[in-house]
Design a protein around this ligand. Structure first.
Ligand SMILES: [Zn+2]
Length: 82
């Protein structure tokens, strides 16, 4: 089912959070800009990313922050090899 919002939908909160983290790694947004959280959509019942409101608890977690840093570093070096 396609969502009237036109946003990409994810079936679970966990999946949406994974994508949120992945987005931070890929696009190198500061944690407070770009997509910052996930929400359950009233229209389609799935989850979307949002750039508005509170920063997700997931992104505030030290463990995840470290993981994002580590992944960014790793990919930085991968790119340099090309
Ligand atoms: Zn929706």
């Amino acid at each position: 089912m396609k969502c009237p919002s036109g946003k990409r939908a994810y079936p679970t909160k966990e999946r949406a959070e994974e994508v949120l983290i992945e987005t931070k790694i890929k696009f190198r947004y500061p944690l407070e800009t770009g997509p910052v959280n996930v929400y359950e959509c009233q229209d389609c019942g799935d989850y979307h990313l949002t750039s508005q409101g509170e920063v997700s608890e997931v992104l505030k977690s030290d463990k995840i922050k470290k993981e994002i840093e580590r992944e960014r570093e790793a990919r930085h070096w991968e790119r340099k090899r090309w």
